[in-house]
Design a protein around this ligand. Structure first.
Ligand code: URA
Length: 269
């Protein structure tokens, strides 16, 4: 029954992604290698690039800067995801927590090879307390299944652990305060790859300011606070795909790229 459901989901996804014909049994046969784009750390960027980066933390209010510093310091004291979850649940430095029902911490395999990063919980996630369980999450699940990735073997999280009221776009201050929590989740999971969904997630994690249509499909690089470099693939956010189904085929190609890179690494191990 479960197998049947998976096949049904895969077929549904192929249809959603615009696949009209199959040329063989292997759907992952020929995906062109994505270009690798290197993004320098903010401190090493030349002036024009630096100007294109996100609002500098120093432009944030003193209270926000203090909250960022507090979040960073607290993160240093935890060594497991369970401890980090409790820390985030008890953190009072972000006003979004006041209007949220639940803290939505990352979910999945704590030893995952791949971390998926979205923007912020929506209404369903806020109610249930888990990331990507609403309509966007259902589409993400379909994409994962179709690409042969099991959700339970991935780690799925967001830049923000609290829902912005009415799903409004998060402010630079909210992102800055919550970013240490995302970075620490990534450090603790220590994945081989990161898949960022949407411009907010890509720009926040990589400290850049670019459109998702320019970033998507490229291998970028995230350097964690310990200097470990992790390849990052950017793609569209599932919510954007729900509003713009015509873009699903591009997203599908990104999932295939990810899948291909993951299998290449296994075959060279
Ligand atoms: N959109 C996101 O960015 N994250 C979620 O968890 C759900 C919807």
């Amino acid at each position: 029954m479960i197998e049947e459901m998976n096949i049904k989901q895969v077929l549904e996804w192929y249809i959603l992604a615009g696949v009209e014909e199959t040329a063989g049994d292997e759907p992952f046969a020929k995906i062109e290698a994505a270009p690798v784009v290197h993004i320098a750390a903010p401190s090493q960027r030349k002036a024009p690039e630096a100007a294109a980066s996100r609002q500098a933390t120093t432009a944030l209010s003193q209270a926000t800067q203090n909250a960022c510093q507090d979040a960073r310091e607290r993160c240093k004291s935890v060594t497991t995801l369970a401890e980090l979850k409790t820390l985030v649940e008890n953190f009072d430095g972000c006003a979004l927590k006041l209007t949220a029902t639940n803290t939505v911490f990352g979910d999945g395999d704590e030893h995952a090879r791949i971390v998926f990063v979205g923007e912020a919980p929506g209404a369903d996630e806020d109610r249930i307390g888990k990331p990507f369980v609403g309509r966007s999450g259902q589409l993400l699940d379909k994409m994962l299944t179709a690409a042969g990735l099991n959700r339970a073997s991935c780690f799925i999280t967001n830049i923000l652990p609290w829902r912005p009221p009415g799903n409004r776009t998060p402010t630079d201050g909210e992102i800055a305060v919550c970013l240490p929590f995302l970075k620490r989740q990534i450090e603790l999971v220590s994945p081989d790859y990161i898949f960022v969904m949407g411009a907010s997630a890509a720009n926040a994690l990589l400290d850049i300011q670019d459109s998702i249509s320019r970033l998507r499909g490229h291998w970028l690089e995230y350097t964690d606070d310990k200097g470990r470099k992790i390849p990052v693939l950017a793609s569209f956010h599932p919510a954007y795909l729900l509003r713009n189904p015509g873009q699903k085929a591009k997203s599908w190609v990104d999932f295939l790229r990810l899948k291909q890179k993951m299998s290449e690494q296994i075959s060279t191990e």
